[in-house]
Structures are given as structure tokens and as C-alpha cells.
Unconditional design. Sequence first.
Length: 257
Amino acid sequence: MTIRKQLSYADRAALCANPLAQQLFLLMHTKKTNLALSADVTTCAALLELADKLGPEICVLKTHIDIVTDFTLDFTKKLVKLARQHQFFIFEDRKFADIGNTVKLQYEQGIYHISEWADIINAHSLPGPGIISGLAQIGLPKKRGLLLLAEMSTANNLFTADYTQETVHMAEQFPEFVMGFIAQKKLSSDPKWIYMTPGVQLATGKDSLGQQYITPQKALIDNGSDIIIVGRGILQAQDPLAEAKKYRQAGWDAYCN
Ligand code: BMP
């Protein structure tokens, strides 16, 4: 019987063309965490408190900046400071989906100036490769990274197997800027891609609006993903820090398995 050694996060860091993917793999390896917190709260104070308390447990903090009611640019400076202090990357879950020229403006300008503070962003591949070229014009000089949405966690979504594979092919044309995918499972044998999986809770289930949950073990062991993205599983717990530690342990045990 031959036993094939799986590549570790550290091994895979060396294979990445995108510098941020490399740094993220190394951070996961040294910090021993593959947990991303989906910090879906609506005030700057609540977001900063989460970043400060849970920052030591996570590799990525995911934001939806347009749900924050009292946004200021000063808030983003504080968030970046906490990210450096506690060693995590900031991922703005903006899901860009327009033509290249428009997403460039949305990424750099407007109220949020996303390119100034978000290490990672994501985009739909639906408009074609121009969306990646547009975002890359802003993000590449700043050494940022892009994730493409190749699958979604929701019930009855319109992502087909062909769409998912075409998304992987599109990523292959931009290895310096694309880090990997938002997906439910590993999609390619190329070890440089990083997979982040939302729709994760300690028990399987769903919410009332189509969200579906798989367990950390299912995401990381059975499906071959790399990072679990957890929102309400942690945020709605009585003690979010204690719950984050549970998810961190479950995620790390699954990776080491
Ligand atoms: P929760 O764990 O509370 O269900 O939150 C999941 C988070 O991941 C949300 O911020 C949502 O926008 C995001 N997300 C998702 O749930 N499924 C996807 O396919 C893609 C996402 O970005």
C-alpha cells in the first residue's frame, strides 16, 4: 500500500504566485488556525470588539462593510491596526459582479475605499475575465488577493458544475492576483489555490432563508477545503470567544487528521 503525503499549508505557501496567498498559508501554519470569522455586525464598535477579542483565534476576519451603519475611514485604520496586532487578514465579502471599469471604481472609490484596508476581496466570475483584470489594476500594486465565487452554500442556487469549472479556468489565467475560491469543496488538483467555505456550523442544518450548514469536518476532511468561515455559529453563542475556540480546535483537528 502506498501512502501519499498530503501537502501542508506551509508546503503549499511555496507554490503560490499571489504573495497574499503565500502569507495566508504561512500564517495558518504558524498560528495553527484555519478559522475565518464572518463578523456580520452592524456597528464599528461591535466589529472592533470582535476583532480584538477573537482576533487571536482566527486567520481571516470577513466583513460586509455595507451593513455597518456608522462607517468612517478612521474605523478602518483601527481595524487594520488590530489585524496587525493579532495577526489576521481582512477579507471584505463584497462579491463584485460588474464590468471591469465599474468594479475598479467600487473597489477603490466610493464611501468605503475597500482597496485601502481589505487584504482580500471576492468577485463573481459571471461577467467574464474583465472583472478580474479591472480589480487587478487596483489590487495587484497593493499586493492584495482575490477569491472567485465558484460555488455557494445556499439551497437551490444557480451555480452549475460547468460554471464552477469555468470559474476555475478563469482563475488559472490570473494566478498572480487570484488566491483561490469561495466554494464548498476543493475543485482542482493544483495545490496553490486556497478554498474558503462558508455555511459551516458544528451541527448540520439550515436557516429560514436558504442558508445550509455543513460541519467543519465535512468541509475540511471530506470536501478538501482549507478555511472554514463561521458567522452566526459564533456570533449568536452566549460566549463567542469560547465558541470561536471550539471552531478553531475543530478546524485544526480536521486539518491535522
Ligand atoms: P453564517 O455563518 O452566519 O451563515 O454567515 C455566513 C457568511 O458567509 C455570510 O456573511 C454570508 O454572506 C457569507 N456567504 C455564505 O454564507 N455563503 C456563500 O456561499 C458565500 C458567502 O459569502
